[in-house]
Each structure stands twice: as C-alpha cells, then as structure tokens.
Design a protein around this ligand. Structure first.
Ligand code: HEM
Ligand SMILES: *[C@@H]1O[C@H](CO)[C@@H](O)[C@H](O)[C@H]1NC(C)=O
Ligand SMILES: *[C@@H]1O[C@H](CO)[C@@H](O)[C@H](O)[C@H]1NC(C)=O
Ligand SMILES: *[C@@H]1O[C@H](CO)[C@@H](O)[C@H](O)[C@H]1NC(C)=O
Length: 315
C-alpha cells in the first residue's frame, strides 16, 4: 500500500512539477555559443523597436502559465486547431519574429539542440536586463511541447481578477503570493489597450462610474484616451510613464491608486501583498531580487517533449 502511494506521489510529482531538472550549464558542451547568439538577436530587435522588451516578457509569462514553459505559445494554428497565440487574451502578444530570428541564429550554430522554450526564457531575461532591470543566469533544458490550444488560454489570469482569484491562479502553478506581487512588477514595461481596464473607468458598478480605488485624476486621464465606445480600436496607454525602463515605478504608482488593472489594484487588498507592494515601492533592489527569484520559479514550470526545429510548428 505504502509503495503504491509512494509511486502515485512520484507520478503526480513528475507530471505536475518541473519534469526533468533544468541546469545552468545545460548547453555548455552541446551549444556553448547559444546564449550569446540569442542575446545578440534580442539586442538588435530592441534597438529597432523598444516595445519588444515588454512583448518578450509577456510571451514568456503566457507560455509558462499554459502547459508550462514549453513554447506552446509560439505554435501556429494548423487546420482546425486554433493555437494559443490566436486565442482570446492574445491582445498585444507580438514580436514573435524575434524568437524566430534567435532560433535561426542558434540553429546555424548547433542544429536541433536548443529548444524554443529555452530561447524564449533567455530572451525574456535579456529583455528585462536590456530595459535596465536585473540580470540573472537562466536554468536551461526545457523541452518544446506538441500541443497548443486557444481554449486553454482561458486559464490565464484576467485583469478583472480579485486577490483570491489571482492567488488561486498562481498557486495552481506552484507560485506563491510573493511570486504574484514580484511578477506583477512586470507591468513596469509595456502597453495596455483600453479594453483591459475598461471595467474600472466606465460603468464600474450600478452606482459608480469609476472604480473608487482609482485616483480621480488618473481615471480622468484614462477616460480622455479611452471613450466608452472604444471607437479607436488600438487605443490604450503605457503601463507607466517609464514603460520602457524596468524599474519599481509600477509599485510607487500602485500605492497612489494609479494602476491600470483591477488585478494590480487588488494587490493592495490583502495585508501580506500590500506590505510587499510597499517594500518594492521603496526599494528597487528588493524588487529586483524578488523578481529574479520568482522568474526562475515561473520559468521552471516545464512540460514539453522535443526540441522543435521551427518554433512555429511541431517536428
Ligand atoms: C497577475 C496576473 C496578470 C494579469 C491579470 C495580467 C494582465 C495583463 C493585461 C490585461 C495586459 C495588457 C494587454 C493589452 O491590453 O494589450 C498585460 C500586459 C503585460 N503584462 Fe501582464 N498580467 C499579469 C501578470 C503578468 C506577469 C507575471 C508578467 C511578467 C512577469 C506580465 C507582463 C506583462 C507585460 C510586459 C505586459 C505589456 C505587454 C506589451 O506591452 O506588449 N504580466 N498584462
Ligand atoms: C489574436 O487572435 C485573433 C482571433 O481571436 C487573431 O485574428 C489574431 O491574429 C491574433 N493575434 C496574434 C498576435 O496572434
Ligand atoms: C473574488 O471573486 C470571486 C468570483 O467573483 C468571489 O467569489 C470572491 O468572493 C471574490 N473574493 C474577494 C476577496 O473579493
Ligand atoms: C453604462 O450603463 C448604461 C446604463 O445601463 C448604458 O446606457 C451605457 O451604455 C453603459 N456604458 C458603457 C460604456 O457600457
């Protein structure tokens, strides 16, 4: 009986957790130039287009939250199968070409060795570092998955989520409230469409038009960009005024009622997460350290089986 329980536990553990352990020196022998080539491709792309940093970080997050970090987010739809990237919350997922360019460079050096999931994890790290954020060593050895389904993107957290919904979404992936707060700091980079925070600035409740936890002046500025009819399809605002720099401005603004999403604001609704927000708002270093730890944790959720040759299609 005990043996069966132990076996079951092992099975469950290996299916749900890290799979094969990742390591820092995974490609030291098989492709020592890989990281340099990836960083070069990311640098080049960001030099041409500063919005690429945010895009790469978000793609990696979406990858890891659906089927683990297995590059399922990079697969194209085929035939009747609609892939994750064509699913509903794909709004603003872009810059996939950067991963394709990095993969081409790496394939030229060592064909069939470096997974797309590793390339994406490394590119997200590079994006953060190049934007002025912390640098860290990324454990490698992820495998690419063979399945990508648009319907599964429904399991991503929504911007309307409250703190208990966020906690559930993160804990289902083995991530803590600390990870939730630190990783939400990714919203120091990038852009949001009006649709993502519409709920807070028009018809918030039957009695109130605007979310009362939002700073009135901030709400007014958002309303001036985002009409109630969403006339301008691509309208939106940057995440924070320093949206191309990875810093702790997000947390400072959050404390002033100047965050975009209900999910951001809800980090203030539990004492534990609120205390972390205050800590990160007052110390860029504390935020950077926590972000690195949580990124390594998030990006270790694995799930794949193969090393894809083209990141857009299964082998
Ligand atoms: C906590 C749950 C999260 C929710 C509900 C959430 C939601 C969103 C939403 C709605 C957008 C704007 C999409 C648009 O309107 O274009 C966005 C953008 C973004 N998110 Fe999150 N997010 C979460 C966590 C994360 C995490 C963990 C990261 C990375 C560590 C991240 C990084 C980003 C980045 C960088 C952008 C900007 C993308 C761009 O400009 O291309 N988010 N997020
Ligand atoms: C997002 O999904 C829509 C369909 O839901 C699709 O038309 C669009 O091309 C997708 N965007 C990206 C960046 O893949
Ligand atoms: C969060 O939302 C869920 C679903 O609407 C609700 O059941 C729950 O009570 C809410 N939790 C908090 C803390 O507001
Ligand atoms: C807000 O609610 C009112 C009354 O239900 C409705 O007439 C109006 O169109 C709504 N506005 C938006 C932006 O949904």
């Amino acid at each position: 009986m005990a043996a069966i329980v132990a076996l079951l536990c092992t099975l469950i553990f290996s299916v749900y957790s890290l799979g094969d352990a990742l390591s820092l020196n995974y490609y030291d022998k098989s492709c020592p130039q890989a990281e340099v080539a990836i960083t070069k491709a990311v640098k080049k792309a960001i030099a041409n287009d500063k919005t690429v940093s945010a895009a790469l970080l978000r793609i990696h997050f979406h990858d890891c939250f659906v089927r683990g970090c297995d590059a399922s987010v990079l697969l194209n739809s085929v035939g009747k199968n609609t892939a994750e990237k064509d699913g509903p919350p794909n709004i603003s997922l872009h810059a996939f070409y950067v991963i394709d360019n990095a993969k081409k460079a790496v394939e030229a050096l060592c064909p069939g060795v470096v997974s797309c999931a590793d390339i994406l994890a490394l590119a997200a790290r590079d994006a953060v570092t190049i934007a002025g954020g912390p640098n860290w060593e990324v454990p490698k050895g992820r495998k690419d998955g063979r399945v990508s389904k648009a319907t599964e993107t429904r399991s991503l957290p929504a911007p309307t989520f409250n703190i208990s919904q966020l906690q559930q979404s993160f804990s289902q992936r083995g991530l803590s409230m600390n990870d939730l707060v630190a990783l939400s700091g990714g919203h120091t980079l990038g852009f949001s469409h009006c649709s993502s925070f519409q709920n807070r600035i028009h018809n918030f409740s039957t009695k109130l038009d605007v979310d009362p936890t939002m700073s009135p002046s901030f709400a007014a500025s958002l309303k001036s960009v985002c009409s109630s009819h969403n006339k301008v399809r691509n309208a939106g605002v940057t995440m924070d005024p320093s949206s191309r720099t990875f810093d702790n401005t997000y947390f400072k603004l959050l404390l002033q009622g100047k965050s975009l999403f209900s999910s951001d604001q809800s980090l203030l609704s539990a004492p534990k997460t609120k205390a972390l927000v205050s800590k990160f708002a007052s110390s860029q270093e504390a935020f950077g350290d926590a972000f690195v730890k949580s990124m390594i944790k998030m990006s270790s959720l694995n799930g794949g089986q193969e090393v894809r040759l083209d990141c857009k299609v299964v082998n």
